[in-house]
Design a protein around this ligand. Structure first.
Ligand SMILES: O=C(O)c1cc(=O)[nH]c(=O)n1[C@@H]1O[C@H](COP(=O)(O)O)[C@@H](O)[C@H]1O
Length: 225
């Protein structure tokens, strides 16, 4: 079976609109990504509602705090049975180890390396001397050694990281089909390029959710993969 790697990012303020959009494109995506905007607005109730569609749920909470707090947060979301949860690799090894230990056995814990909205200048401004590719590789190594399932990185870095971590699980956002604007994303590739470079999951939001015809957009992306 050709498994669809696209997880639709439901970054919408209203629960009813998010549900309607997910329902509309459900046959042409592989899962649903619920992030900070959704979770802060709709919490556990919202996740339960979206679970009714029967698609895997990626809970993108980007946890980043002291190990004890992150582990407690992971335990608090057990009940939601997420297929994937994100933490920030910059939280360090102990935080990632404790996050993984606290997660349910069917939940993949993946670490965000360098956000796709950041470029060289942004890293310099926060005191990181490495460029995005070097920094993503360094944090991927740390996440691997902490026992995580995989990482989040841009399509620019996934190929090099995949070579070093053969059985890693690689989540790639910052995807734009050939046409359309970048928005706030700085390190972008097309969905097909990311897949060819070794991405396991393709996170796509606005190219579908803000399209005039989201169903047609989801189908068009699916056809390129
Ligand atoms: O963890 C993520 O999913 C993530 C990491 C990252 O580096 N960049 C990134 O854009 N994301 C998420 O991926 C989605 C991208 O949305 P679009 O730019 O609308 O396709 C958003 O929900 C972001 O929160």
């Amino acid at each position: 079976m050709n498994h669809n790697p696209v997880f639709l990012a439901l970054d919408l303020p209203r629960l009813d609109s998010a549900e309607a959009l997910a329902r509309k494109v459900a046959g042409h995506i592989g899962g649903i990504k619920l992030g900070l905007e959704f979770f802060c607005a709709h919490g556990h109730h919202g996740v339960h509602e979206l679970h009714k569609l029967g698609l895997p749920i990626f809970l993108d909470l980007k946890l980043h705090d002291i190990p004890n707090t992150v582990a407690a947060a992971m335990q608090a979301i057990h009940v939601l049975e997420p297929a994937i949860v994100t933490v920030h690799a910059a939280g360090g090894r102990a935080m990632m180890e404790d996050a993984k230990a606290a997660a349910g056995e069917n939940t993949k814990v993946v670490a965000v390396t360098v956000l796709t909205s950041l470029d060289d200048d942004d890293l310099t401004a926060i005191g990181v001397k490495a460029d995005p590719a070097e920094q993503a590789l360094r944090l991927a190594d740390l996440a691997h050694s902490a026992g995580l399932d995989g990482i989040v990185c841009s399509g620019h870095e996934v190929g090099a990281i995949h070579k070093q971590w053969k059985d890693g699980y690689f989540v790639v956002p910052g995807l734009r089909p050939a046409e359309g604007g970048n928005g706030d994303q700085k390190r972008i590739v097309t969905p097909r390029q990311a897949r060819d470079a070794g991405a396991s999951v393709l996170v796509i939001g606005r190219p579908i959710s803000r399209a005039e015809d989201p169903l047609a957009a989801a189908k068009a992306i699916e056809a390129t993969l």
